[in-house]
Design a protein around this ligand. Sequence first.
Ligand code: NAD
Length: 248
Amino acid sequence: MFDLTGETAIVTGGARGLGRAMADGLAERGASVALFDVIDGTEACEQIAGACGVQARFYEVDVTDEARIEEAVGQVVEDFGPIDILLNNAGIYYPTPVVETSREDWQRILDVDLNGYFLMAKYVIPRMPDGGRIINIASIAGHSAFEQSAAYCVAKGGVIELTKSLAYEFGDRGIRVNAICPGTFTTDMTAEMLEGTEFIATIKREIPLNRPGRPEELKGLAIYLASDASSYMTGSIIDIDGGWTCHV
Ligand SMILES: NC(=O)c1ccc[n+]([C@@H]2O[C@H](COP(=O)([O-])OP(=O)(O)OC[C@H]3O[C@@H](n4cnc5c(N)ncnc54)[C@H](O)[C@@H]3O)[C@@H](O)[C@H]2O)c1
């Protein structure tokens, strides 16, 4: 039921962090993986191929570059065949108060965190067989406001609506599209925040499980959504946040 043997997955932002952990998870279940990233993912691919005995290949792709996305997606099809799974994960985050946010910074966050997901879907869906799966990494910030995070919240809220729209539009092809909303996980993105005693205090106070998530704790949900185990799920938005948003 959780088997992905012989399938091909593209993971954006797969060179490190949550993307890397989820790429590991898909590969452990037998999927070949294509990592799209702006940082070098060659070593990650060597480790994945060595550990899981699947094909893993790195493609240098900036998800804001439409021409490069089109080219790289075509290359993946040549290298691997049709794309069964798209895991949209590449993202950026930097906290700033709205009145101090430049238009360029606002636009950059929307370009990477939302428009990049749209562009990837646009070019992958035509190369996906019926029954393909898309997993979008949103955030609990996509449905709840967080301090100094307006652009990020808007982008992630957009990812949630994009997920529902794609699920609606491509359901008749059996393409299932779901979103994961992580709370706080320990990655490079959150490292600085997690060094602050104030944020640690917030975590202890607000998160019932009293700690941030570990990247590998996302693997199970990614495998579930990528596999037949979730065959009747589409358009669903799933929190994985140690219970942060289960209380107000
Ligand atoms: N870590 C958390 O607590 C957390 C919480 C909620 C949601 N998320 C989301 O999870 C995803 C992964 O975050 P992470 O914590 O692993 O961060 P990270 O910074 O560790 O990893 C992000 C990856 O995306 C890549 N990337 C950035 N811009 C890119 C671009 N333009 N094109 C291609 N690749 C690009 C980076 O090089 C990096 O490999 C993001 O979408 C983030 O918003 C993270």
